[in-house]
Design a protein around this ligand. Sequence first.
Ligand code: DC
Length: 228
Amino acid sequence: MSKIVIAIDGYSSCGKSTLAKTLAKHLSYAFIDTGAMYRAATLYFMRRGVIDFDSLTEETIENYLNQITIDFRYNETKGFSDAYLNGEYVEDEIRSKAVSNAVSALSQLKAVRTKMVGLQQELGKKKGVVMDGRDIGTVVFPDAELKLFMTADPKVRAIRRFEELQSKGVEMTLEEVMQNLTERDSNDTNRKENPLVQAEDAIVIDNTNITREEQLRIALDLVNERLN
Ligand code: DC
């Protein structure tokens, strides 16, 4: 087997993207951050003035979705891809507090999930991809050769996220970060459409007490097992 699909799911701010990026780099695979896709779609709806996502009609949702193109472009300096919304670089804006607070509400809509899942399946159909999200191993690629489910202590996650946001100049207090994570975990786990659940054949990585390097080593060993 030459190339495989690696699906990484788990709670918010568990280091899924960090692991996915480094794995992709090591394997020369594509890295697809599906959370960035939901965030970019949220940004589009917000720019159209949407505040209450539950009050949108099916027609408006379809109409807006048809106006959205999301793609990833490789950034040589960073060594991984950035998200673009209708051709515009949006990597920073989609990590803002406003988008973080709204993204769960948009992600619950069936039409939104159908569109995103379709795009994700297209992006991974040639394999050689590391995709991170909430429903990758269960819905997007149920036959992925390697499925990882990541978790970590919520306090540790909040501190890591807080430090990351601070380094990017995003102003959020630790309490706000903690609240956002708790709410998103609850929404993502309890929603009707494609909720966050651990796939039966996923391998759990709890990274509360391990370093990034240890986590990468565990994942690479699992990849090698699959490739052999
Ligand atoms: O990975 P992230 O925290 O950037 O994701 C942002 C939100 O997008 C997350 O709270 C739920 C949603 N999401 C989803 O519903 N399904 C995915 N596959 C990825 C993200």
